[in-house]
Design a protein around this ligand. Structure first.
Ligand code: GRG
Length: 300
């Protein structure tokens, strides 16, 4: 196992790498519409763990991918889609949150209308960015396949679909099966897409892509349960947004159904299952395994 300090340094290195990619792909703030570019910059560059692009890059490496520039447009696109979902989720019509990633939310700084538009702009610009992967003739077919995954997992059969069920189910007790559906789509879909796109761009076959989807499903579930746990035991200083928001919004969560201790145990079990799934691949990626362990223990 890589030493803890080495892992932290490696993670920092990758986070900075993603930040650089994002800076290079985000549009310049210019023209009559420059406020929207400023709002996009503000929300994307406010920080964030960059987990999805890092998972994409590391899955690409796990499957033997070497030329990282092949996945870069998709890494940037994924973080833009993730950020749009956060910007819209924070709006008054949804969770009505004032803080995200330790900063004032986009609609608080730029106004409600610009908050809505910043989310729209990021979603569309994500696809403009992902299209840059089509500039390489040799990997055109792989890029087309990756684009299909990106669009499907972000939409009504993915993240948006999960959010719809989540919004409709506020203030009422959910059954485990409904909660599983919400978690798989709302949180899991983008994590699945991230890892699947990494595998696709590395040239993985159908069976490998399906295995990666399953592993990512577990990582997404463990990640969301940990998010529920942090909402109960975390602090504003650590997670950069208000805690106890699930209780405030009368939300059913994994913790309210199963209790804190079982939820903690299950995060461990599900993450272990994901790690053992990764070990079936010929290539080794120790960093990726450590990353999954880090996600279980994360405080933010
Ligand atoms: C508005 C269509 C639409 C969807 C919103 C992402 C989302 C769906 C809602 C945000 C609230 C939430 C708890 C979502 C679950 C996924 C999740 C844990 C998001 C936070 O992701 P992190 O921890 O955030 O990776 P950072 O800030 O590190 O990027």
């Amino acid at each position: 196992m890589v030493q803890d300090m080495d892992f932290k340094a490696e993670l920092k290195h990758r986070t900075e790498f993603v930040d650089k990619i994002l800076e290079s792909y985000l549009p310049k703030a210019e023209g009559h519409q420059k406020t929207i570019m400023e709002a996009m910059q503000y929300s994307v560059m406010a920080g964030g763990k960059r987990i999805r692009p890092i998972l994409m890059l590391e899955t690409f490496r796990l499957l033997g991918g070497e030329q990282t520039e092949l996945v870069e447009p998709f890494m940037a696109a994924m973080e833009m889609i993730h950020t749009y979902s956060l910007v819209h989720d924070d709006l008054p019509a949804m969770d009505n949150d004032e803080y995200r990633r330790g900063h004032k939310t986009t609609h608080v700084v730029f106004g409600h209308a610009m908050g809505i538009l910043a989310g729209d702009a990021l979603l569309n610009y994500a696809f403009e960015t992902a299209c840059r992967a089509f500039e390489k003739e040799e990997t055109l077919t792989l890029a087309a396949k990756a684009m299909k995954v990106l669009s499907t997992k972000a939409g009504i059969y993915g993240m948006v679909g999960g959010q719809v069920v989540d919004v409709e189910n506020c203030n009422c007790a959910l059954k485990q099966e409904q909660l599983d559906f919400i978690y798989r789509l709302k949180t899991g879909a983008l994590i699945e897409a991230s890892m699947m796109i990494g595998a696709i761009m590395a040239g993985a076959d159908e069976m490998q892509i399906a295995q990666i989807e399953k592993i990512a499903q577990d990582i997404g579930l463990a990640f969301q349960i940990q998010d529920d746990i942090l909402d109960v035991i975390g602090s504003f200083e650590e997670i950069g947004k208000p805690v106890n928001s699930d209780e405030k919004n009368k939300k059913t969560t994994y913790v309210t159904i199963k209790g804190l201790e079982t939820a903690k145990k299950d995060v461990g079990i599900i993450s272990e299952r994901a790690i053992s799934g990764m070990q079936n691949f010929e290539g080794k990626n120790e960093f990726l395994q450590q990353l999954v362990i880090y996600l279980i223990d994360r405080k933010k």
